[in-house]
Design a protein around this ligand. Sequence first.
Ligand SMILES: [Zn+2]
Length: 183
Amino acid sequence: MAAKEGQAQLRQSGGICYQLTRRRVKNLNLRVRPDGTVAVSIPLRASVRQADAFVLARRDWILEAVQRQQRRAARPLPDRALALEHFTALSRQVFPAFAGVLGGRMPVIKVRAMTSRWGVCNPVRGQITFALALYNEPAAAQEYVVVHEFCHFLVPNHSPAFWAQVERLLPDWKARRALLREE
Ligand SMILES: [Zn+2]
C-alpha cells in the first residue's frame, strides 16, 4: 500500500525496521534519530521498493549509526538543576547576538528529557528547551544547538534563510552538527 504524503509507514529491509515518509523532496533521505530509530523520506513518485533498496545498500552504515545512538542513549542523564544551570550559562553567552530581535529580554531556558530532539525553540513564548542528554555531548555540538535554537527567533523554520543565520554565527556549524547526528 502506498503511503500518502507526510504519513509515516513502518517497513523493514535487510532486518532494519524503518519509518518511511513520502515528501516533496528531490532525493531519498535517511536519518538515524537520537533515539536510534531509522527514518527515510522519499520523493512522492518513488516506490517503496526503491526505499527498501536504499536502506539495504546502507545497511552496515545504519547498524553502526544505530549502535552509536544506543550507546549514547544508555549514558545516564545529568542532574536537572546542573543541566539547567549549564544551558542557561551557554545561552547567556549567545544571547547578546540576539538581544535586538528579543527586545533585550533573555529567553526562558528549560531542560527536559527528550529523545527525538536536542532542543526546541518556542519563539512566541520566548522559550528554549534543551534535551538533558545534550549535556553529555561535546561542547562544540552543544554550542551549535544553542545557536541553532536562538536562530529560530529570527527564522522559525529550517529554510535557507535560517541556515544562513546559523552559518553567519557559526561558520563551522556542519562539523559541529556532525558530532550529534548522522544523516
Ligand atoms: Zn531547528
